[in-house]
Design a protein around this ligand. Sequence first.
Ligand code: HEM
Ligand code: HEM
Length: 180
Amino acid sequence: MSRQSVDRFDTVTMAFHWGMALVILALWGAGHVIAAMLDGPQRSELIGLHKVMGVVILVLVLARLAWRFTHRPPRSLPGTPAFERLVSSLVHAALYALMLALPLVGILLSQSAGYSVTALGFEVPILVAKDPALHELFEFSHQSLGWVLALVLLAHIGAALRHHVVLKDATLRRMLPSRD
Ligand code: HEM
Ligand code: HEM
């Protein structure tokens, strides 16, 4: 298929995709740095940044889903087997669910430890009171969801690279701005 005839995602979808991908990968890495750091001002600062950027992701994914439901993505590439279309839809749905669940559980994790969550000049409403047992549960859930995200992303990025490098089709190019 020539470059000109590629049916691309729209610019807003691409901006959401690559902007959020960058922030989410950074949040994932920062989360593990936080977990490995000893308590102190530097750790608190990094947690503060992680919380703000995590809440930004929650706001952005809501806007992204609103855009997604009102703008059709391009059709699957011709010849894509039904099974592959199904798996790809399931992986994308899982990524949207994780983009919602990780920040939500992050907020619950902070609030159940007695910390407020403030981002972009407003305080996130209190969803849960301080509760050490719940805090343990949310901490475990946030950590586990982080590993689920890593696994799903390995499949997602692996599939994108397989299409680009092995199958040499337009799957990845459809998510990249045209260079024509
Ligand atoms: C898409 C958004 C997010 C991603 C991908 C993410 C990812 C992670 C990861 C991978 C960890 C390390 C877990 C571990 O192994 O211990 C972590 C830790 C943490 N996250 Fe998030 N996070 C997100 C959003 C948030 C939000 C919105 C908050 C709070 C408002 C938050 C609060 C925390 C805190 C406090 C820790 C440290 C937990 C500890 O004490 O070990 N996260 N995050
Ligand atoms: C280097 C990293 C990444 C690459 C190469 C990549 C590549 C792609 C490509 C090629 C598509 C289009 C798939 C198609 O046409 O069926 C896509 C869609 C998508 N990607 Fe990624 N991606 C990356 C990272 C991420 C990250 C970090 C997330 C979120 C956690 C993410 C979430 C999504 C979602 C939800 C879609 C579906 C878009 C829709 O149709 O609504 N991607 N990605």
